[in-house]
Design a protein around this ligand. Structure first.
Ligand code: ADE
Ligand code: ZN
Length: 326
C-alpha cells in the first residue's frame, strides 16, 4: 500500500485549523464580488502569487486583509462548509476549529453573524455523517488584554457553542503572561484552554503557556525542542503539540522538512499531532502535511498511524465519542 493511500484512508482529527486560513483565493474573489468589496489584486492568480512569505508577520498581513471579504453569516457558513467538505474527503472525522472574532468585530461584523454562520455549517456537516466540529475562540496576542476581555464578554451568550479559548497572531514580544487574567477567567468558566506558543517565539513561551495559562495543548510548540527539560516535561505530562509542518516551512521557521523537529519530538515521547494551520495559504490540507513528514523522515506505517491516533487522544472528545469516530 503506498504511503499516500495509507494516509488518505486513516481516520484523523484536525486540531489546529484557523477557519479564516481555509479561505481559498477563489472564495476571496467570489465573496468580494458578492459583497461589493474592492480587492487590491487583479485576479485569483495575482493573489495566489502573493503567498510567498518571509515570516509570520508577512503572512498575517495578507491573512487579515483577505478576511475583509467575510461580512455575513452566509459568508462564514460557506467558508466552514467548504473546509468541512475538504476535511470529509480527507477522512477527517473530527475538527477543532479556531476563529479570530477580534479580526471581524473590529470591521463591524456582529458576533451573531460569525456564530450563526459557522455553527450552521458545523451542524449540517455533522448531520450529513461528519466531520464533527468544535469551536475554539482565539484572541489576538498583538492586541492588549483589555480588548480580549471585552471580546470575551461579547461572547457570553454563545459560550455553550464554544469549546475553548486560544491565543494566536504575532508571537514575538507578546508572551503568554500578557493574558493571565483572560485565561484564568476562561478556565473558571469551564472552557478548554490552548495557546499558540513556540512557533516563532522561544521555548520559554511554551513554559509560560503551561505555567501561567495552564493550557491543555500547545499549538505549534516546535521551539520546545531548544529546551530538553521542557521536552521531557511535555512528554511526561502528555501535553499534546498541534504541529503544522507545511506552515513551519512556508513561514520559514525551518528551512526545509528535514530540519523540522517533529521526528525528534516524537522520538522523545511527545504526543505530536499533524495539522494544516492555514491550508489555503500554506500549500496543503491535513493529508499533504502527513505526507510531507512521512516522506522527509521515511516514517513507517505504524509511526504514521501513531500520529493519527494522537490526534484523537489530544482532542476534546469524550472517550465514548472517540471510540465512535475511529
Ligand atoms: N493566525 C493564523 N495562523 C496563525 C499562525 N500560524 N500563527 C499565529 N497566528 C495565526
Ligand atoms: Zn495557527
Amino acid at each position: 500500500l503506498d504511503t499516500e493511500r495509507f494516509i488518505a484512508r486513516l481516520p484523523k482529527a484536525e486540531l489546529h485549523l484557523h477557519i479564516e486560513g481555509a479561505l481559498e483565493p477563489e472564495m476571496v474573489f467570489a465573496l468580494a464580488a458578492r459583497n461589493g468589496v474592492a480587492l487590491p489584486y487583479a485576479s485569483v492568480e495575482a493573489l495566489r502569487s502573493a503567498y510567498d512569505f518571509e515570516n509570520l508577520q508577512e503572512f498575517l498581513d495578507l491573512y487579515y486583509q483577505a478576511t475583509q471579504v467575510l461580512l455575513t453569516a452566509r459568508d462564514f457558513h460557506d467558508l466552514a462548509a467548504s473546509y468541512l467538505r475538504r476535511a470529509r474527503d480527507e477522512n477527517i472525522r473530527h475538527a477543532e476549529i479556531f476563529f479570530d472574532p477580534q479580526a471581524h468585530l473590529r470591521r463591524g461584523v456582529a458576533f451573531e453573524a460569525i456564530m450563526e454562520g459557522l455553527t450552521g455549517a458545523f451542524d449540517a456537516a455533522a448531520s450529513a455523517g461528519g466531520p464533527t466540529s468544535r469551536l475554539i475562540m482565539c484572541f489576538l496576542r498583538d492586541l492588549d488584554e483589555a480588548d480580549a476581555l471585552e471580546t470575551f464578554d461579547k461572547a457570553r451568550s454563545w459560550l455553550d457553542k464554544i469549546a475553548g479559548v486560544g491565543l494566536d497572531s504575532a508571537e514575538a514580544g507578546n508572551p503568554p503572561s500578557k493574558f493571565a487574567r483572560l485565561f484564568e477567567r476562561a478556565r473558571a468558566m469551564g472552557l478548554h484552554v490552548v495557546a499558540h506558543a513556540g512557533e516563532e517565539g522561544p521555548a520559554a513561551y511554551v513554559a509560560q503557556a503551561l505555567d501561567i495559562l495552564e493550557v491543555e495543548r500547545i499549538d505549534h510548540g516546535v521551539h520546545a525542542i531548544d529546551d530538553p527539560a521542557l521536552v521531557e516535561r511535555l512528554a511526561r505530562h502528555r501535553v499534546p503539540l498541534t504541529i503544522c509542518p507545511l506552515s513551519n516551512i512556508r513561514l520559514r521557521v525551518y528551512p526545509d522538512m528535514r530540519a523540522h523537529p517533529i521526528r525528534r519530538l516524537m522520538a522523545q515521547g511527545v504526543v505530536a499531532t499533524v495539522n494544516s494551520d492555514d491550508p489555503a495559504y500554506f500549500g496543503g490540507y491535513v493529508n499533504a502535511n502527513y505526507l510531507a513528514v512521512a516522506q522527509a523522515f521515511a516514517l513507517t506505517p505504524a509511526e504514521i498511524a501513531t500520529l493519527a491516533k494522537n490526534s484523537f487522544e489530544a482532542s476534546f472528545l469524550a472517550e465514548a465519542e472517540k471510540r465512535q469516530l475511529i
